[in-house]
Design a protein around this ligand. Sequence first.
Ligand code: UD1
Ligand code: CA
Length: 464
Amino acid sequence: MALDIVIMAAGKGTRMKSDRPKVLHPLAGVSLLQHVLNSVSAVHAERIIVVTGHGADQVEASLPAPKPHFVRQLPQLGTGHAVQQAAPLLHDDGITLILNGDTPLIEAATLRSLVEACGGTKLALLTVILDDASGYGRIVRAAPTPCDPEPGITAIVEHKDATPEQRAIHEVYTGAMAAPTAQLKQWLARLDNRNAQGEYYLTDVVAYAVAEGVPVVAAQPRRVTEVLGVNSPQQLATLERLLQRDRADALMDAGVRLADPARLDVRGELQCGTDVAIDVNCVFEGTVRLGDRVQIGANCVIRNAVIAHDAVIHPFTHIDGDALGVSVGPGSLIGPFARLRPGAVLGAEVHIGNFVEVKNSTLADGAKANHLAYLGDATVGQRVNFGAGSITANYDGANKHRTEIGDDVHVGSNCVLVAPITLGAGATIGGGSTVTRDAPAGQLTVTRARQLSLATWKRPVKPG
Ligand code: UD1
Ligand code: CA
């Protein structure tokens, strides 16, 4: 039986007080809508339809290929009206699963159980019991009788339309339902907006189903947190911490030592070997792989990088591989206060110290740049020592040029290596040199003026 999925994402999200469409706000670095689509992608669906409206161009452009189907809802007249826009795209002989675009933690297993509960013949609602149900649509059931202690659902009543008795109900509709498509289409065509909000309520289909004798059943998510929606910055922050705590728990289950699971942010995928230790306030973005026994100091931000076994990243280090990636070799020591940029490829036991920036450069095993240096577009040989304050001048104002540094080169402090340039193996560059031509292997190259002292020189004095 064909399954079509409709995700409602046309609402404005007024309480976010933002120019950005609500469903595009990021949670763990990924938009709310993309989270929903990620869960949906694990359920086999014929067609995925996203209803857009507020900020439609932005929302549609934000999703990567393969894009779902989009239908526009302009103006937004309610959730029933939203699904009406998608109706022409739904397969009559199947099931339609309807979801909110602002409920990012919903899990694929929950979606599957909701579709299963529908089975193509029933109307299945995802419900939860909440201590504080205010704002939600209430699940109204017939009065229990001795022969029917768990009576069927008769309606969903929106908070604003509910009587005081109905407001006392704790079972609420979460915004997710699965319905037989053919009947759903008929129900959608009959919706009206005679209610407290003057909207076309999707939830009114429940009463139609009951009237037609279509069974209405409820399914529950594994955890209540799955169905929490985002309507305000506070709720977004609450969900962010819930999701991050789940990720921290999963890492600890795999043996990763986190100094504080509440002070970790994984905004992408973090893979760890054994005996990895991560100190407080670290942020991991994109895809990051940490080898066995890697240690990450406090306050590091690491994006798109591979860090090999036994490397130590000292505190306050920023590693950003962006599209090219960064790779740190085994046993390397990085930081504190180091910056590795896209294309930094470090071999084994490389040392990069404080206030050293490395971009698009390869450093072979044992190379060191321990203080205050810039290596850009450079190839650095084994055991090279790159002195404090030295830089590769890789940019002539128009083009970038490469610097080649052979094995065992020693670059003194405060040198400027003007690229393109090659320093032969074993060369030594005297401190304070600006080097514009290739330096021969094995020799000392110095470009600064000779030191001289003037015995007869006198300090100027004030006249009078
Ligand atoms: C809806 C339900 C309510 C349920 C709650 C759960 C209805 C009438 N009510 O209420 O029973 O407890 O969700 O969170 O369905 N949207 C559109 N177009 C519209 C209106 C909304 O696409 O015209 C989208 C929103 O972007 C959002 C979703 O539908 O993703 C839910 O809309 P929202 O206004 O938050 O519904 P609630 O009033 O919270
Ligand atoms: Ca809502």
